[in-house]
Design a protein around this ligand. Structure first.
Ligand code: HEM
Length: 415
């Protein structure tokens, strides 16, 4: 007799969400559905990784916490690793882990470099670069979509934003992957720390050059800006530049890759896209929801707060699971259906509220560029083996995807 879904999904109380292996072992949709229905504000007990913490899985509760930066701070970390350590060394300096006035000042400064108007040439570059890479891919019988195509796109964009020399970019991709989501359990935390330090050192050398000889890039903007007549500190310049690489590269790559898999697994949706039945914008939003690369973010409570029928106490760690919220049946009709025409589609892939992703526009541009290039240049997507999953409790996605992309006969015109 087949197991009912409830029997198949593990009991929330038995799961260790700090362990990356958990996310490889369980059916996540079934797991989160059980959290939402049985324990939507769940206390995760302490374990080898650190103290206990709250697990928020419903959309409405996650949005409420994201919005409330008075009672929930980002300055004690925003991802499980730092939250459980009790601190983030970049707190008060890097946007994502800074609250209050300084957060607004630095965010406003950086926003100038992120308006759609200023980014127009960067956007053109993303589309052009995506088409070039896909053009090469369709000429081959077998590619690895991650390493041959996707790995080369967002870092190139961040490279343009920060004006990083082309020769250094592959090394940055490698460091970044090691920092965020180790490929397997064999690679140690220490490795990932080393990689992070390499990136910081690299950027600080570049920042020193830019201060002496500024250009039009974001790094130069940060290196020469003043707030109330005072320049940013070295740490603020380096960490905020780093946060663009950190935030912009891997999650974007994971959405693009997951999008290709979803289109391959849902031929009906692929046909809707190809036929022009849906816009590339709506397909982009659904790919973002479907893939939700940043599985969680989190906060530390500054006051006692009631959520559902539970009391979060001042000092408690609260994790917000986008990977669950984006499939909450109270908000999304048929959440487990990949529907490229889905509307409305108010996902929280980019978070919500004061810390809403600074790079959301750019993230969307990347996915959209791939959707449009696939539609115009590829006739058929054929997976040639299982994708290789990332090992992480924070980012979900793939580090390898063998596939054949058959060229659309009319594709020559769009290159
Ligand atoms: C913040 C996700 C792309 C830079 C965030 C947050 C999420 C997120 C959920 C909120 C974190 C929180 O509330 O604690 C994503 C996803 C992306 C993406 C899923 C791709 C699909 C980018 C890109 C950039 C970027 C392309 C840079 C160019 C940032 C920065 C913040 C942020 C700087 C901090 C904003 C603040 O604290 O005010 N991102 N992001 N992200 N993201 Fe993204």
């Amino acid at each position: 007799m087949p197991l009912t879904e409830r029997e198949a999904a593990p009991d929330p109380a038995s799961l260790d969400l700090t362990d990356p292996q958990t996310f490889l072992d369980v059916d996540q949709h079934a797991m989160w559905r059980r959290f939402r229905t049985e324990s939507p504000v769940h206390w995760h007990p302490a374990g080898p990784a650190g103290p206990g913490f709250w697990v928020i899985s419903r959309y409405a509760d996650a949005v409420a916490v994201y919005r409330d930066n008075k009672r929930f701070t980002s300055e004690k970390g925003t991802v499980l690793t730092t939250l459980l350590q009790g601190e983030d060394s970049a707190a008060g300096k890097m946007l994502a882990v800074t609250d209050g006035v300084r957060h607004r000042e630095i965010r406003n400064l950086m926003l100038k470099s992120f308006s759609p108007r200023v980014l127009a040439p960067v956007v053109d570059g993303v589309h052009r670069h995506t088409r070039e890479l896909l053009g090469a891919a369709v000429e081959s019988d077998r590619i690895d979509f991650v390493t041959d195509v996707v790995d080369h796109i967002p870092m190139h964009t961040m490279g343009d934003l920060l004006d990083i020399p082309a020769a250094d970019r592959p090394q940055l991709v490698e460091w970044n992957t090691r920092t965020l989501s180790r490929h397997s359990s064999e690679e140690s935390e220490f490795e990932s720390l080393l990689a992070r330090n390499e990136i910081l050192l690299y950027i600080s050398q570049l920042a020193a050059e830019r201060r002496a000889k500024p250009g039009d890039d974001v790094l130069s903007t940060l290196a020469t800006a003043t707030i109330d007549g005072k320049p940013l500190t070295d740490d603020e310049i380096v960490l905020n530049s780093y946060s663009l690489i950190l935030g912009g590269d891997e999650s974007t790559r994971m959405s693009i890759t997951g999008g290709l898999i979803a289109l391959a697994e849902n031929p009906g949706q692929w046909r809707r896209l190809k036929s022009g039945d849906v816009t590339s914008d709506s397909a982009t939003e659904e790919i973002l929801r479907w893939t939700t690369p940043a599985m969680h973010f989190g906060r530390r409570a500054l006051a006692d707060v009631e959520i559902g029928d539970r009391i979060i106490q001042a000092g408690d760690v609260v994790t917000l699971w986008n990977a669950s919220a984006n499939f909450d049946e109270d908000v999304f009709t048929d959440p487990y259906t990949f529907d490229v025409g889905r509307t409305p589609n108010k996902h929280v892939v980019f978070g919500h509220g004061p810390h809403f992703c600074l790079g959301a526009f750019l993230g969307r541009v990347h996915v959209n560029a791939m959707v449009e290039a696939l539609r115009a240049m590829v006739a058929e997507i054929t997976p040639l083996g299982p994708p290789r999953r990332l090992y992480s409790n924070f980012i979900q996605g793939y580090s390898g995807l063998p596939v054949a992309l058959r060229a659309e006969p009319a594709a020559e015109e769009v290159r």
